[in-house]
Design a binder for this molecule. Sequence first.
Ligand SMILES: Nc1ncnc2c1ncn2[C@@H]1O[C@H](COP(=O)(O)OP(=O)(O)OP(=O)(O)O)[C@@H](O)[C@H]1O
Ligand SMILES: [Mg+2]
Length: 219
Amino acid sequence: MLVTCWSVKGGVGTTVVSVALATTLARTHTLDGGALLVDLGGDVPATLGLPDPRDPGLTGWTSAGEDVAADALARLELSVGPGLALLPRGRGLPGPSARHEVLARLLGAEARPVVVDAGVVGPDSPGLPLVAEASRSLLVTRACYLGLRRAVDLPVRPSGVVLLREAGRTMGREDVETVVGAPVVADIPVDPAVARAVDAGVLARRVPRALARSLQAAA
Ligand SMILES: Nc1ncnc2c1ncn2[C@@H]1O[C@H](COP(=O)(O)OP(=O)(O)OP(=O)(O)O)[C@@H](O)[C@H]1O
Ligand SMILES: [Mg+2]
């Protein structure tokens, strides 16, 4: 199972959702190999309360071309929690879309559940194949018209929406589903306990209950 979490506007909660989902899947799959979290955005280590890993990372792998050793991707993995492995982003610019197509195929063939934090995706993002090839492609968004109209213009469609629910928005769940053309699979309250857990680097150790409950259907 390849789950790609992505957004069309920054700062909406994509990394938090990716880390919480991967942590939950790692716990439920501890006996059969755990889960793999793939970081294209670069914020996952800090969200896990870890220092940024040194090179190499995925950007090196995607820009290295076709001559890398067959097991090179597996050698980039770091163990970051019970049953949870991380493929870190690394430094530098990501390689071309063709290498992300290869990456999507390799991750899609994984026996473990894989969660990708694809970050902000635009029409020219090299990471688009990871959104297009995912078995679950989750758009993380707030009920924000300016963000949603960007989603409509993309060449990819999500299979589900993770909605960050804020007080005072005029657009509701049904409006979001109508605009995006996909069901809301998780409705997450904006909760200061989540922001505090992220800032303290303890999100993966203790996923706040409301967040874990909201993500159950998406996991
Ligand atoms: N459910 C939530 N409740 C409260 N705060 C949240 C929630 N989800 C995320 N946040 C906070 O919002 C901020 C942005 O979250 P996050 O880094 O996950 O967004 P992002 O979409 O990955 O951003 P970027 O586009 O920069 O990668 C962080 O400070 C985080 O703690
Ligand atoms: Mg992020």
